[in-house]
Design a protein around this ligand. Structure first.
Ligand code: MLT
Length: 339
């Protein structure tokens, strides 16, 4: 008995030495995190979860300051701050990364995905995400460490229901400054209005544009029902949001801190994926309760949208990286069990 209790004492001692040693491996430092979205958005939830994990597991050695609601500027500005390591981590819509990292367009190829499950599969494929992250880091200095997957980007507007392509004609629709989105809307016959995300609500309110396109969750976070009456569900693009870190900063991190950052992003991403579908359906319900009129495009009609939008792919598969990443994504999708 005595021998056993001496052994347990020794084990407890060793454990406490190991814990002290591991806490001591984190240097005192501050991580700056930002999103142009609200605290209740998937961005805000993810970054605050990242903060909780990093601060707790570093035993308070690392402080994470989270700036939300655009206090650090717009999403495209955040990418530049990340490149200069003025910010260390940020979340944004993939499209808003494309002006700095054109290869991020691979996730914006219209009608690449036919379901959220396909996006989960592609963004769980390490060969795909590593190749994409390396290329995006090379182009922009921002390294995607994780990916949020929200839901389909639906079109809202203040003028009329859109049931078919013809109804879209004449509407002034805001899109993010993403070449792929501009090309898709041009293929559908209208000239879209690229605009920074932080300007969208005011532009809708003042009638500078008639509509925009985003997922239900974004509609909820920004109370777009105050300025938009109609919402049209189409399936041309999923809202996918990279969790980017400053590559220069990340490479200089010591191994333990880097592992903690990786783990915190991975955990927060998993939780975002698990919550996404419910968040979408709750936000849809709220949009209806707040007076929005929802149109679901008839599948036969959507084939017309799809044919036109898929026509722009050839203009974007113009680098070896875009070609090879698109092939990789398509191969992952093709290998999925058929339902
Ligand atoms: C946009 O339309 O610019 C984005 O979808 C905004 C966002 O990050 O949710």
């Amino acid at each position: 008995m005595k021998r056993l209790s001496r052994l347990s004492l020794l084990a407890a001692l060793l454990l406490s030495v190991a814990m002290t040693a591991s806490a001591a491996t984190y240097k005192k430092q501050t991580i700056m995190a930002a999103s142009a979205n609200t605290p209740g958005s998937n961005h805000g939830v993810l970054l605050n979860r990242f903060k909780d994990i990093v601060e707790k597991e570093s035993g308070g050695a690392i402080t994470v300051k989270v700036y939300l609601g655009g206090t650090m500027g717009d999403e495209t500005a955040n990418v530049k701050q990340i490149r200069n390591a003025e910010l260390h981590i940020a979340t944004l819509f993939a499209g808003n990364l494309t002006p700095s990292a054109p290869t991020a367009n691979v996730l914006c190829l219209p009608y690449l995905f036919t379901s959220m499950d396909e996006a989960y599969a592609v963004l769980s494929d390490k060969a795909f995400t590593t190749a994409l992250a390396d290329q995006v880091a090379k182009e922009s200095g921002a390294r995607p460490l994780g990916w949020m997957i929200g839901g389909w980007r639906s079109i809202t507007n203040s003028k009329k229901p859109i049931n078919k392509l013809e109804d879209l004609q004449g509407l002034k629709i805001r899109v993010s400054p993403t070449a792929m989105q501009l090309a898709a809307f041009r293929a559908w016959g209208i000239e879209p209005h690229p605009m920074a995300w932080s300007e969208v609500f005011n532009a809708l309110q003042q009638g500078v544009v008639d509509g925009q396109e985003n997922m239900y969750v974004t509609n909820r976070d920004n109370k777009f029902w105050e300025v938009q009456k109609y919402m049209t569900e189409i399936h041309y693009m999923l809202w996918i949001g990279p969790v980017i870190v400053s590559d220069a900063w990340y490479r200089k991190l010591d191994a333990d801190t880097r592992a903690l950052v990786d783990k915190a992003v991975e955990t927060a991403q998993k939780e975002e994926w698990a919550a996404a579908e419910k968040e979408q359906s709750d936000s849809k319900k709220l949009s209806i309760e707040n007076g929005m009129q929802i149109t679901i495009i008839d599948p036969a009609e959507e084939v017309r949208w799809q044919e036109k939008a898929r026509g722009v792919w050839k203009d974007f598969l113009n680098t070896p990286e875009m070609k090879s990443l698109t092939d990789k994504a398509l191969a992952v999708i093709a290998a999925m069990p058929k339902k």
